[in-house]
Design a protein around this ligand. Structure first.
Ligand code: ADP
Ligand code: 5GP
Length: 188
């Protein structure tokens, strides 16, 4: 094992991507682990930057080849996963990994990386606020908001299994706290 791994997980809409982007702009020697996924690309997203966008068939082929460290069908036909080659790519660059993954994926990665990982659960102030954030992001259909909110209730149940629960109410406070936690973990 080489570098360290920082894992951010949360129900969709809690703010993990926003916080992860903030951390990537700090001087922490972090590099984003680009996941593979089979959902359609959103406006503004780029292949090889936000995700490696694959078709469902391509994704299944990579599963059969044992190319993933972890993968999940987060929503029907929406597969997401961490490629083994991606972890190697980041460590070869001499940087630490930062992940933005769902809750189950986060716990699987924590198990895999053990003491080399810090796993943070981003907690929204409430499920109502989570729903407002998903709507305000303007990326979801009614159906996908409902799916994401439905899953959020279960996801909130496992927050205690993470190393730290970060409340994301005031965004700048959450970003500062995230910086402190990650910085002290990377210094150890
Ligand atoms: P996730 O990656 O967990 O799905 P995002 O980072 O995409 O969540 O955040 C969902 C939406 O909520 C985005 O539009 C983001 O700008 C907004 N947001 C994030 N944190 C806060 C906050 N503390 N207060 C208000 N809006 C927020
Ligand atoms: P979105 O469609 O909003 O980009 O992501 C949906 C969910 O999939 C989010 O909770 C996101 O963190 C999660 N996700 C993204 N990449 C991965 C991954 O590699 N593995 C797992 N398990 N989940 C992921």
């Amino acid at each position: 094992m080489e570098g360290k791994a920082v894992i951010f997980s949360a129900p969709s809409g809690a703010g993990k991507t926003t916080i992860v982007r903030h951390l990537l702009e700090q001087n922490l020697n972090l590099e984003f682990s680009i996941s593979a996924c089979s959902r359609p690309k959103r406006k503004g997203e780029e292949n090889g930057k936000d995700y490696y966008f694959l078709t469902v068939d391509e994704f299944k082929k990579r599963i059969a080849e044992d190319a993933f460290l972890e993968w999940e069908e987060v929503y029907t036909d929406n597969f997401y996963g961490t490629l083994k080659s991606e972890v190697q790519r980041v460590w070869d660059s001499g940087r630490h990994l930062i992940f933005d993954v769902d809750v189950v994926g986060g716990l699987n990665l924590k198990k895999f990386f053990g003491d080399h990982a810090l796993a943070i659960f981003v907690e929204p102030p409430s499920v109502e606020v989570l729903e407002q954030r998903l709507r305000s992001r303007d990326t979801e259909t009614e159906e996908s908001v409902a799916r994401r909110i439905g899953k959020a209730h279960e996801e909130m149940q496992v927050k205690e299994q993470f190393d730290y629960v970060l409340l994301n109410d005031d965004l700048s406070k959450a970003c500062n706290m995230a910086f402190e936690k990650v910085n002290s973990f990377l210094q150890k």
